[in-house]
Design a protein around this ligand. Structure first.
Ligand code: FAD
Length: 607
């Protein structure tokens, strides 16, 4: 009887899976059939982990964590299939099958990519999304002060789990608690403890990753090069993170937060913001004061538009200690005892994430973003205070629109002590603060062009006041305006230098070399993944170095770049470098217009 019931269930399950397969297109059915062959017990393949667009749950699964609604618009290409692995062997199988079948695979953990590259594509090939959200365990070892965290867990869940086991431990990563640890830490991961402890990526001690051949590697088996690249080189380039092993950090039992709001209608507004620029990166490293600029509320007495600046802070200590620091270092803000909220670290996490006062930390287990909208964002790093006249101009730009947010995040402290090449994240000593500009809207495509134009114009306005050559940008604030891979197969490295240098400065070259070694066929790719060197360059010592101008626009620049690429394509092993680059780097520099004269050099002697 038992046998016949089992046989009956087996027949039913076969017919369900063959039903779903007959409805599928070849890509979908081949992928699912391959998975069912690759995945064995104890956790066999189930077609119920696969969602194709004709499945009634497809839209809700796709939308579940997608943060930027722009990438859910009907005009955006959707995946052919979403696969939700239930254990590590399923991830390995997905890689083996996608690679074997020539299918492009995207990986999504928390879905917060600014340009949606984890679940949408502009490359044109049909693709499958591997959604890691069912792999979200957090295993803590408080004695060892470490945690193994699976990629699909949110950073908020990690914070919550730590706080349930210890009131004096924490982890220094993002402010927004719905970020997935899989994508977040691969790009750096900054938050309110960065001035004391650095980034999330600076506090990684081990990792488990699936490589392009479907093997699981850890720090020891992958070696220090790949381990370096994974901690800040951006998601979706080198492999699929299964889990990070993180070093926990000490937090005091009492933490203090505050938010002081100032209006641009008040006297001294610009002077106060200017003063913040002078002190924010030099304050006690236990103190993180960011400034959030928002549209101001229009008062009854005036119809004048205004800005609001929220000085929003977390201090690792009690209110008395904080007030002393503020009196000494930033008295101009006028912080008072009544502005200070003393709480536990986990309550401060909830506060600084933007939840209403009194929200229980249990909210972090929901893993849901506080808000979602259509947006376009950009970032800058500032090395000199922006002069006051330029600030007035900036306020005018912001007042042109009603829906934006601009956030200034202070650096200094530990961020200045970590060398630029310790991890791929290069924005260290000399950086005073980072700017994030965000244009938001609610009506989909209707006002998109207007908001895009506004933010691009704002970015152009800011150019003289921010880091130069390169104009640095934060890879976790992905911005496809900086450039993108086109076919993802050839010429990738030279073209990608257009944006790779902005994100990684000189570390880009090492990232390209590591990519060329570990994923030469460029299996893990998206619009801004790290590309391998073209195979002709990789094969031998064809070139001592490859020189490439950054494509920053301008006909002259583009023509020079195109010619260079054509020469590279035609080059043979053994060709004389001087013949390929008759004018040499110097000529490129001389021909360049001011502001466009950055170069990247590759040591192309990779076997
Ligand atoms: C509302 C909001 C607030 C934010 N706040 C902060 C902040 O406080 N601090 C900060 O540093 N950043 C912040 N960010 C940026 C955030 O760090 C990045 O968007 C990050 O990439 C999100 O990771 P994710 O897993 O949620 O996103 P996803 O969209 O899932 O992935 C992002 C990228 O990583 C890749 N990826 C995802 N999972 C994996 C994996 N398992 N293995 C390999 N690659 C993977 C994806 O392919 C994609 O390229 C914020 C973003 C948003 C939208």
């Amino acid at each position: 009887m038992v046998t016949s019931l089992a046989t009956f269930l087996f027949i039913i399950s076969l017919s369900i899976s063959s039903l779903s397969l007959t409805r599928s297109n070849p890509l979908q059915s081949n992928f699912m059939q391959c998975l069912s062959k690759q995945i064995n017990r104890p956790n066999p393949f189930s077609s119920s982990s696969c969602f194709t667009p004709d499945n009634s749950s497809f839209a809700s699964i796709l939308n579940s964590t997608a943060n930027n609604l722009r990438y859910l618009l009907p005009s955006v290409e959707k995946p052919q299939l979403i696969y939700m692995p239930l254990d590590e062997s399923h991830v390995q199988a997905a890689v083996v099958c996608a690679k074997g079948l020539g299918i492009q695979l995207r990986v999504r953990s928390g879905g917060h990519d600014y340009e949606g590259v984890s679940f949408a594509s502009e490359l044109g090939d049909p693709f499958v999304v591997l959604d890691m959200s069912k792999l979200r365990s957090v295993i803590l070892d408080i004695d060892d002060e470490t945690a193994w965290v699976e990629a699909g867990a949110t950073i908020g869940e990690l914070y919550y789990r730590i706080s349930r086991q210890s009131p004096t431990h924490g982890f220094p990563a993002g402010l927004c608690t719905s970020l997935g640890v899989g994508g977040h830490i691969t790009g750096g991961a900054y938050g309110p403890m960065m001035r004391k402890y650095g980034l999330g990526a600076d506090n990684v001690v081990d990792v488990r990753v699936v490589d392009p051949n479907g093997n699981i590697l850890d720090r020891q088996s992958m070696g220090e090069d790949l381990f370096w690249a994974l901690r800040g080189g951006g998601g979706g380039s080198f492999g699929i993170i299964l889990a990070w092993k993180l070093k926990l950090v000490a937090v005091p039992e009492t933490v203090t937060t505050f938010t002081v709001a100032k209006s641009s209608l008040e006297a001294g507004f610009t002077e106060l913001v200017y003063r913040w620029q002078q002190v924010a990166d030099k304050l006690d490293e236990n103190l993180f004061i960011r400034v959030e600029f928002l549209p101001g509320t229009t008062s009854n007495s005036t119809t004048q538009k205004s800005l609001q600046a929220l000085f929003n802070a977390m201090f690792l200590g009690d209110a008395n200690q904080l007030l002393q620091v503020m009196r000494r270092s930033f008295p101009e803000l006028g912080l008072q005892q009544k502005d200070c909220n003393q709480m536990s670290w986990i309550e401060a996490v909830v506060y600084i994430a933007g939840y209403p006062t009194g929200t229980s930390p249990d909210v972090l287990l929901q893993g849901k973003p506080l808000f979602r909208n259509y947006f376009k964002a950009k970032s800058d790093f500032v090395r000199q205070p922006i002069p006051q006249p330029a600030l007035y101009g900036l306020w005018n730009k912001l007042l042109e629109t009603d829906s934006f947010v601009m956030i200034w995040n202070p650096y200094g402290g530990m961020m200045s002590q970590i060398p630029e090449d310790r991890t791929p994240f290069p924005h260290r000593k000399g950086t005073m603060y980072k700017i994030q500009y965000v244009a938001t809207w609610q009506d989909g495509e209707a006002s998109e062009a207007q908001h895009m134009a506004w933010i691009r114009d704002l970015y152009a306005y800011m150019e003289p006041y921010v880091s130069q050559s390169p104009r640095e940008a934060y890879v976790n604030y992905r911005d496809l305006d900086l450039g993108m891979n086109k076919d993802g197969q050839t010429r990738g490295a030279p073209e990608a230098s257009a944006w790779g240098i902005n994100y990684f400065k000189n570390n880009f070259e090492r990232l390209v070399r590591i990519k060329s070694k570990f994923d030469p066929e460029n299996f893990f790719r998206h619009e801004q993944s790290i590309p391998p060197l073209p195979s002709s360059t990789r094969k031998g010592k064809v070139f001592e170095m490859m020189k490439q101008t950054l494509i920053k626009g301008g006909e002259e620049q583009e023509k020079a770049t195109k010619e260079l690429l054509e020469k590279l394509d035609g080059a043979e092993q053994g060709d004389d470098q001087e013949e390929i680059f008759p004018n040499g780097m110097q000529a490129f520099q001389e021909d360049s217009k001011p502001g466009y004269q950055s170069f990247v050099m590759y040591d192309a002697s990779i076997e």
